[in-house]
Design a protein around this ligand. Structure first.
Ligand code: SF4
Length: 578
């Protein structure tokens, strides 16, 4: 029997599953395997979704399930989209009226299905959308846009806003995601736009595929130059190769090019970029200032009254701008939840607990015990990391390997802290992406600097964001760090960082003495590999004390905990893949 929901059109035999593993054929009818079940249900600000020109700053209830009809390399939600069988036991069952009640209780303006694709939970979402509209809530979703005409037609009358994500322009880009053609996505964007739904288009920028993005932009322009266009700088979160990751500078250059055609082009996954701001298409004045707020996310910092420019022009924005901003807590919101799961998964890989049965048991336990809240606090502290390892290894019967990992990490921590106890501490500033995006005071990396015998200036920050905030040039100048580190998660080459400082006249010791250091991907956060980052920081801060041979140390660590030697060419930004 043919599934009518997406253009893959799976023929599903009785009792079997479709390609997404979310639909089945039961008694000659296509139905969902996990109807009314959700992986996330919590309020977010709409900019986290991200949607930028629709009821800015308003709170929406984020809902998501698991699974996907695509299989894109580098998927940020991999843990939810590919791990259907391991995570399904942890899903929370909630009928539509209870989801609506939650949205209303939380003062949400509406419901936003995001993080995974609503196609794979189509019937659940359709029911929810109908119920939400009856209660006067707004309804929207993020999607890869692969609905069949009929499925979209059913949904469209209950839909107010959509973020439609393009994998590329040509069919080849879609083939790499396991589907045959890009045509349905362009068709559906057109249909949504013509039906009066608020649409924003998102396109992935992979290095070497700039023309794909340009062609998508041209198509969007043919509908309207006012459609907000989101460029997602590609970050290889899954198995994808790091060679496809453009630098922030390269993505910015592409966006500036696209601004010739489109009125509102935005750049994501680039902490510190100014290209998240809304500028007046006529005079260029900044109307809404935003900053990075986690992968694929942003938040509003300030806005001109009603987003009207001094020249009188108003960018095309649907709905009012909420007076107050809603900042999500901890890992709750957008793709941060998937990052939390990947961090836990990274430990499980290192202790040999990553077989599907153990992962499934653990996910269930973590959801049931609401552990993510506690995890957000403890994971920031290198000295507490051993307790997280203990918890996971006990739950998965991997105590011996857990102890080995804990001991390896703690021995290194103790060695470095004992040797740096009475030494002079150089001042260190920790940035993510561009120079003026400072990691939060309590972030893991800032604690890593302190553990390596540094005086981390980020500790002076009193405001915080996810995972940091934009500071001014003057603030950084006043701090005058001896040394600067750039995060190994969302990074920037040290040479680009240096050029930015020179261009913006950021005169601090670290720049004048060219003491700016980037990290090997993910050696400073998100995976037990941070132990190597700690050694690297210690080498850099105290070369008179430490001379760790990083190649050798990495080889030892990778062999012991990943069962393979270290290979510098095999870098990516996944927390648990090496
Ligand atoms: S939603 Fe798409 S991928 Fe899933 S079973 Fe239906 S046609 Fe196949």
């Amino acid at each position: 029997m043919k599934c009518p929901v997406c253009e893959l059109g799976c023929n599903i035999k009785e009792g079997e599953y479709g390609r997404c593993r979310m639909m089945t054929n039961r008694d000659d009818a296509i139905e969902e395997r996990f109807a009314d079940r959700y992986s996330t249900l919590f309020p977010i600000s709409i900019e986290t979704m991200p949607t930028l020109h629709f009821y800015p700053r308003h709170k929406f209830l984020q809902v998501s399930s698991i699974g996907c009809n695509f299989s894109c390399p580098g998927c940020i939600s991999e843990v939810l989209t590919m791990g259907t069988e391991t995570i399904c036991a942890a899903l929370k069952h909630l009928p539509p009226e209870k989801v609506i009640a939650k949205a209303i209780k939380e003062n949400c303006k509406g419901i936003a299905f995001c993080i995974n694709d609503p196609t794979v939970s189509f019937f659940t979402f359709l029911k929810l959308a109908k119920a939400a509209k009856k209660k006067g809530l707004l309804v929207g979703f993020s999607t890869n846009g692969y609905f069949t005409r009929d499925a979209l037609e059913q949904l469209i009358e209950f839909t107010d806003f959509v973020n439609i994500g393009f994998k590329g322009f040509c069919d080849d880009r879609y083939k790499s995601c396991g589907v045959s053609s890009s045509a349905p996505v362009f068709r559906n964007l057109t249909h949504l736009f013509e039906a009066g739904v608020h649409v924003e288009a998102a396109a992935i920028h992979m290095k070497g595929y700039e023309d794909e993005v340009r062609q998508i932009a041209r198509f969007v322009e043919s509908l309207s130059a006012d459609i907000p266009f989101q460029v997602m700088r590609f970050v290889p979160f899954g198995e994808a190769d790091i060679e496809f990751e453009p630098t922030i500078r390269e993505s910015e250059a592409l966006c500036l090019d696209l601004k010739q055609q489109l009125n509102h082009v935005y750049l994501f996954n680039c902490p510190g970029t100014e290209l998240l701001n809304t500028c007046c298409p006529d005079c260029g004045t900044t109307v809404i200032t935003r900053e990075f707020f986690g992968p694929m996310g942003s938040r509003i910092i300030k806005t001109l009254p009603d987003a009207i420019c001094q020249c009188g022009r108003q960018p095309v924005i649907k709905g009012d701008i909420a007076q107050l901003r809603y900042d999500e807590h901890g890992f709750f919101g957008g793709y941060r939840t998937t990052r939390a799961f990947e961090m836990l998964h990274a430990i499980m890989v290192c202790i040999g607990a990553d077989d599907p049965e153990k992962v499934s048991r653990l996910w269930f336990d973590l959801f049931e015990s609401n552990y993510l809240k506690e995890f957000h606090e403890t994971v920031q502290l290198p000295g507490e990391y051993g307790n997280i390892i203990d918890r996971l290894s006990q739950k998965t019967d991997c105590v011996e390997t857990g102890n080995r990992l804990k001991q390896t990490i703690n021995t290194t921590l103790d060695l470095i802290s004992s040797k740096t106890r009475d030494v002079e501490r150089p001042t260190v500033y920790y940035a993510m992406g561009y120079p003026l995006f400072a990691l939060n005071a309590e972030r893991f990396e800032t604690n890593l600097v302190e553990a390596a015998g540094g005086n981390c200036l980020n500790k002076r920050l009193t405001r915080k964001g996810k995972p940091g905030v934009t500071i001014t040039r003057e603030e950084l100048m006043a701090w005058n760090p001896d040394i600067i580190f750039i995060s190994g998660f969302l990074s920037c080459p040290a040479s680009d960082f240096y050029d930015y400082c020179i261009k913006h006249d950021i005169r601090v010791s670290a720049v004048e003495n060219n003491r700016i250091y980037d990290h090997f991907p993910l050696w400073d956060f998100g995976s037990p590999r941070w132990m190597l980052g700690l050694m690297y920081i210690a080498n850099t801060l105290h070369p008179q004390i430490f001379n760790f041979d990083m190649e050798k140390e990495a080889n030892r660590f990778y062999t012991a905990f990943f069962n393979r030697p270290f290979d510098a060419k095999k870098a990516n930004r996944s927390f648990y893949r090496v």
